[in-house]
Design a protein around this ligand. Sequence first.
Ligand code: SAM
Length: 211
Amino acid sequence: MKSLLLDGIETYAFDKTRAEPEYLARLAEQTQAEMDFPQMLTGRLEGRLLKLLVQMCRPQFVLEVGTFTGYSALSMAEGLPDGGRIVTCEMNPKARAVAQAAFTASPFADRIELRFGPALDTISMVDEPIDFAFVDADKGNYTNYYEAILQRMPPGGVIAFDNMLWSGAVLDPKTDDDRALAELNNTLARDDRVENVLLTVRDGVQLVVKK
Ligand SMILES: C[S@@+](CC[C@H](N)C(=O)[O-])C[C@H]1O[C@@H](n2cnc3c(N)ncnc32)[C@H](O)[C@@H]1O
């Protein structure tokens, strides 16, 4: 992923952000060693942001789209209040196996449920209110995820969309994924149902609050 920031600033932000727990650092190393496209893992900076957001919002139910090896789900689990839980979905068998092993070995095994299959199917089967969502898979479907999650979200619910700067491609969209993300950014900036801010953290995080 291309850095959009001044040389050294991303490293400085990483260094000045609290380190993740040892088991998460190990999971990041394992992902690097064993998985294709290990750069998909959110990592320390965004993981700590997700933990803090969950800590602030105190959701009872979190939905994640795109588990990969489980780093972001485990980061959010650290911030959950008592009784809070996470459903996360993935459709790659290898990623599922690594993530499930990491969840089982973590202090949050009883709070994270991994569902295997396309995210839109998982979302359609959720029947409790989604208080907090993290969307990080399958860019062409982001608008579909937005609508499906918003329908199931109470006022005050929060959605964080990852990769909303898409290495800068949203400035001059050329591919279908570029256009899908640029269009969702346009929608979010004027949709009366929500408030939003596009953070320039890592590859861009759209933070959306339902009114
Ligand atoms: C960017 S990675 C997620 C990274 C993860 N949030 C983390 O921090 O490590 C996206 C993941 O979504 C999965 N995926 C892609 N399309 C999907 C879909 N339609 N439903 C569920 N998962 C999907 C991919 O297999 C991939 O593992």
